[in-house]
Design a binder for this molecule. Sequence first.
Ligand SMILES: [Fe+2]
Ligand SMILES: [Fe+2]
Length: 335
Amino acid sequence: MRAEPSRRGLTLMDVDEASGAVAGPVGPPSVAPRGAGSEPELAPREWEINERWELWADNLVTLYEEAVSRQWCATQDIEWSRLEELPPDLERAMCQFNTFLTMGEYLATDVLAPWLPAFNTYFHEIKLFIASQAMDEARHTEVFRKRIYANGGGMGMTIKLGSALSAMGTPTAETKGGAGANPLFSSWDHVSYAIHVVFEGAILSMFRFGEFLGKTDVDKQIFRMVMQDEARHVSYGTMHLKYLLENAPDPDACRRQLEQTATMAEMFFLDLFFMHPATVESCAVLAGEGVDHLADGLEVYKALYRKMREEYLSRTARAGLDRTGSCMFPADLPF
Ligand SMILES: [Fe+2]
Ligand SMILES: [Fe+2]
């Protein structure tokens, strides 16, 4: 077999085409890489997630290829020397917002990465993609941490989102269906919906407001760089949701469970993110260009929220889950 490089170089798609070892519906109970044989005495290996419908997205392999070709370096690719001094209220708000983001990046990895050993090796695409996401999130934590200390500010306040999510995020027997299980984190579908679709979808919408929230060109550059990575994470979550709805063996049960997950995830993030004073106030100070224009900033934050909600509703509807009538995000924020 001879895989030929295509225009972008030798991709996993080229290898699939040459080998014919493409992902079928079910992975075997084995550690064998897809396409490999096994020595006779090789013991079977059970995996927790073995079926394509449970993990697949039609763009999974291309997203991975994009992830590796677009890695960037927080040390060198950000023009740190061009960072301009900000008035103290803006610097402080920026540091608080970046503290929230730093924490959010840890959360994504802490919740997602423990699922890596659950996936059957046969579906290498998901293992590679989630590993690349963990690296993306590490770089995001790094870049926000660097920003916090690069301009005369410092770390802000940790909010409850951190402890609430990390306590529930590790897939122990308990969280995966035991008596004390939190349904939000009991299966890969729920985890992916809560993190990729709701949480990262909202972060992506926020970075689209980078022009309002970023007060220096360097801040805007950071948001732009992070945004391109987040777009991949959200894209996987959305396309996985679509695949799931179209391919789950019991589509009605799958839809009912997803509706429940969506309701819980929406309430969770509404409380600990969109309506949390630390997020609202830091973003409003930034958007209003200072504490003296908090009311103006609040209007921008509310516009950001409405846009976020709109993007969430159209993203989920495109995937086949219409949340218009049941979404827990109110049409506008009550302040
Ligand atoms: Fe991130
Ligand atoms: Fe992300």
